[in-house]
Design a protein around this ligand. Structure first.
Ligand SMILES: NC(=O)c1ccc[n+]([C@@H]2O[C@H](COP(=O)([O-])OP(=O)(O)OC[C@H]3O[C@@H](n4cnc5c(N)ncnc54)[C@H](OP(=O)(O)O)[C@@H]3O)[C@@H](O)[C@H]2O)c1
Length: 431
């Protein structure tokens, strides 16, 4: 028997919404074949009805009220592409789920803040909640974790989760220019928003990391437990020193289970040039999952944009059309574990530190004394150039040490008369 078409409503017709409409139209034939039934665009909603969105909306009912659309009995599935952790987007998703309708969303902010509660609601109502597009755009990492790698215990998951930051850091390295200049260029090219803070302060990457951790570790989504730093403080000088030391600087999101709980952190990292992820450049994203049986798996691709994001949204729709369903965060919502956040002060790792030092006798002895007193062991120290009485950069790297000890040492070093700027610290990752 031929199954009736799946009637889809799309809430939000911006970059991603228009991309989804375009994809559904262009690949309608193969989508019907692969999903076992047609997927039809039954309804749409956005703010401005008059705006030309460059896509064919004929045949779709227009709703000024996206929440009313989500409640409409003639809609089978709701696709939420409005954005924002609360407000209309959340109302749309909750309204659909409460009526037992499956939801597909690309909304990482919503899933990072309310993912556990929404998963619970979806399960209670017997509806699916799919969000492949919310993490790393066109990279099918959620499917990979929940299905292809489902037999593994994950030891660690990490990735380049923000294309804007990766573009800025890549371009800084290639051009030798400073952060502010490259950010302005990225804004001109449309790679960075007019207000870039969500991206460059690490919030966007943290939203995605919170979701990834939950899927990988079967834990409740814990955005507030993430240690978040951005990339505003990364200078051309640090990038040049990193290259000399055999590293590329990347903004990574990393999560792993420790004895104290779940360690989730987003910050700039020194990544060894030999690590494959060091070579994921420009606006590309990548995610590495380390499974106990599969080993290390790296997926790389475009993390944003109409096409890649629509690809993930429609893949979720295909699952719904075909009747395939996996628990939202890989295990039933009731089984999600509440794992405490492992405090960043207990993080164990190696560190890169750059100091701007007055070039005069005895300075290095003061620095090494502070490190010795805090039991921080030095691996290397570089001082380039000599300018007696003036500031010169001194770069040091440490062996593995505890973050708390490193911070105490840097506080003491920063207070020395001969240190002219706050010390710059970047964590070195073993990847
Ligand atoms: N852009 C990407 O590459 C990308 C990648 C991955 C995930 N995402 C996520 O996908 C979602 C959408 O992103 P986007 O870039 O497509 O955003 P966008 O271009 O700003 O589009 C947002 C859309 O929502 C509509 N909208 C706003 N308020 C509404 C309301 N009250 N009722 C109905 N519609 C409303 C807007 O209508 P008007 O057009 O009429 O103003 C617009 O069409 C976000 O959650 C984002 O984080 C985006």
């Amino acid at each position: 028997m031929v199954k009736p078409p799946l009637r889809v409503a799309v809430a939000g017709l911006g970059t991603v919404g228009a991309g989804v409409v375009h994809l559904l139209r262009q690949n309608a034939g193969l989508i019907a074949q692969r999903g076992g039934r047609e997927i039809t665009l039954a309804a749409v909603s956005a703010r401005d009805r008059g705006r030309d969105r460059g896509v064919e909306l004929a045949g779709a009912r227009w709703f000024a009220d996206a929440v009313a659309m989500a409640a409409d009995p003639d809609i089978d599935v709701v696709v939420e592409l409005i954005g924002g952790a609360d407000g209309v987007a959340r109302d749309v998703v909750e309204t659909a789920l409460a009526r037992g309708k499956p939801v597909v969303t690309a909304n990482k902010a919503l899933m990072a803040r309310h993912g556990s509660a929404l998963a619970q609601l979806a399960e209670t109502k017997g509806a699916g909640l799919a969000f492949e597009a919310a993490v790393a755009g066109g990279i099918p990492i959620i499917k990979a974790l929940r299905e292809g790698l489902a037999a593994n215990t994950f030891t660690r998951i990490y990735g380049i989760l923000n294309g804007t930051c990766n573009y800025i850091l890549t371009t800084m390295r290639e051009s030798g220019r400073d952060f502010a200049e490259i950010l302005a260029e990225a804004q001109r090219l449309g790679y960075a928003e007019a207000d870039p803070s969500f991206d460059i302060d690490g919030i966007d990457a943290a939203h995605k990391l919170a979701i990834l951790s939950s899927v990988a570790f079967g834990s409740e989504v814990d955005f507030s437990g993430i240690h978040i730093e951005g990339i505003r403080h990364i200078s051309a000088l640090d990038i040049a020193f990193a290259a000399d030391l055999g590293f590329h600087i990347k903004l990574l999101g990393l999560a792993r289970l420790t004895e104290r709980g779940i360690e989730q952190r987003v910050h700039a990292c020194m990544v060894p040039q030999a690590a494959p992820i060091a070579h994921v450049e420009g606006v590309l994203n990548a995610v590495v999952a380390e499974g106990d049986f599969a080993g290390r798996v790296l997926l790389q691709g475009r993390g944003a944009g109409a096409g890649p994001t629509a690809s993930s949204v429609v893949a979720d729709l295909l699952d719904i059309a075909a009747g395939r369903r996996t628990p939202t965060f890989s295990v039933p919502a009731a089984a999600l574990r509440k794992i405490p956040a492992s405090p960043m002060l207990h993080h164990q790792g190696a560190y890169y530190v750059r100091l701007m030092v007055v070039d005069r006798p005895g300075v290095i002895a003061d620095i090494t004394a502070a490190l010795r007193d805090e039991l921080v062991s030095l691996e290397s120290m570089i001082q380039r150039g000599r300018a007696p009485g003036e500031a010169v950069p001194v770069v040091l790297t440490t062996h593995i040490t505890e973050e708390a000890a490193m911070r105490r040492a840097l506080e003491r070093i920063g207070a020395l008369d001969s240190i002219l700027e706050p010390p710059r610290m970047i964590r070195i990752e073993d990847l």
